[in-house]
Write a protein that binds this ligand. Structure first.
Ligand SMILES: [Zn+2]
Length: 401
């Protein structure tokens, strides 16, 4: 069994003997008799580091043995120098210890139980079994940072399975037996069985920031950042608030009011635009009706009015098909798409679904609908005016039977 020296927070390196070296798909798995490199486990990420001149990208525990994934082999029996990369270790340890503090406080403050924890290189989450509101999360964050400020020493005890039941803990892993069960007390606010690495004192966590939250399975999922991750998050948000404030020519604390005001103004402008568009379309419809050519007693209107969306095209067609016997075929270019609407007035015997199918075939577009109205769209194409004239000719022939 590999001697686990990574629990000694003072220790950053050690000497060890290589017990095995096995070739893998992407390097070698090296087994040592002792290591300071923490293997992935307990929700905490693996350390990276070095064994002699080999780089360690990952370590894992299997039946008490710790296997190190390296980029080169090492001679079995050799004495080697082992060291972990201090920056990622500190980062992982800070997130892990911060997770203890948040989880312990969530339980004591609100009775919320940690039912899931995930740590990645760029984020960490805790799942709580109760829904917490913003005020509660704010209190949780404040109390967590008070626990950091108190700079409480982390305590660790190794106990037996028999002793474990008598010790009050927030959480104990299931099925633990034997004589070397590890218990930690973090920040004066949490206690549980744990195999991770912890800051020697809570002050080393630096800062704890809850960065986001959402309802999750009837409870709360919260994202948090500790240490330099919290600093990076604060920097990112301050920069964002500053950019928004400049954009709105106001102070950061007034940005929300400025955004709400702009949203209201935009909604009012959209309402106004809709009204004006409707008025314009009614005016256009009247003009088109005057010049529309009758085909077998039905007025045929084929017209392109660019910039209208599908809904506006439909509204335009309804205006045309209000009273007289009319077939209206309307087109609109928006970006690189051409939308079309085919509508008929009541009592007109021609099927717009059939006409749309013919138009789809001509444009390579897609669309369909009912006998009284159909819609479609196609990729905008050159020679659109010719296509329009060609389709008008087709319709006239079709309507004349
Ligand atoms: Zn822990």
């Amino acid at each position: 069994m590999t001697k686990k020296l990574y629990y000694d927070s003072e220790r950053i390196e050690c000497e060890a003997t290589v017990l095995a070296s096995e070739k893998t798909e992407d390097g070698y798995d090296i087994l040592l008799d002792a290591t300071v490199i923490y293997p992935e486990g307990g929700g905490q990420l693996s350390d990276t580091g070095r064994i002699a001149d080999a780089c360690v990208s990952h370590a894992r525990e299997s039946n008490g043995e710790i296997w190190h994934r390296t980029d080169r082999t090492l001679p079995v029996g050799a004495t080697v120098h082992v060291a972990f990369d201090p920056e990622p270790r500190l980062d992982h340890t800070q997130q892990h210890t911060g997770e203890h503090i948040l989880s312990g406080l969530a339980k004591t403050l609100f009775g919320a139980v940690n039912v899931g924890f995930h740590m990645a290189e760029d984020y960490a989450t805790i799942d709580l079994d109760l829904p917490l509101n913003e005020e509660q999360l704010c209190l949780l964050e404040t109390e967590a940072n008070r626990a950091v400020q108190r700079n409480v020493q982390t305590e660790t005890r190794i106990v037996s399975g028999a002793e474990l039941d008598a010790i009050p803990l927030r959480k104990r892993a299931k099925g633990l037996t034997g004589e070397d069960i590890r218990i930690v007390w973090c920040g004066g606010v949490d206690s549980c069985t744990c195999c991770g690495t912890h800051c020697a004192r809570s002050g080393e966590v630096g800062a704890i920031k809850i960065t986001a939250h959402m309802n999750y399975k009837g409870g709360t999922r919260l994202w948090f950042a500790c240490g330099m991750r919290a600093v990076a998050d604060a920097q990112k948000n301050a920069l964002l608030a500053d950019k928004l404030a400049r954009r709105f020519s106001t102070k950061p604390e007034n940005v929300l009011a400025a955004v709400v005001k702009q949203g209201d103004e935009l909604a009012a402008a959209k309402r106004e635009l809709r009204m004006r568009t409707e008025a314009l379309l009614a005016y256009r419809a009247a003009g088109l009706m005057q010049s529309a050519e009758p085909v077998c007693g039905t007025k045929l209107v084929v017209h392109a009015e660019d910039g209208l969306n599908a809904q506006e095209l439909k509204s335009f067609a309804e205006k045309l098909c209000g009273e007289e016997r009319v077939v209206a075929v309307l087109f609109s270019h928006v970006g690189d798409t051409v939308y079309y609407q085919l509508s008929r007035a009541a009592g007109v015997p021609f099927s717009m679904r059939e006409a749309c199918a013919a138009l789809n075939a001509m444009t390579g577009g897609k669309g369909g609908g009912r006998d009284d109205a159909a819609q479609g769209s196609a990729k905008a194409q050159t020679g659109f005016a010719e296509l329009l004239a060609q389709f008008e000719g087709y319709l006239k022939k079709w309507m004349r039977g």
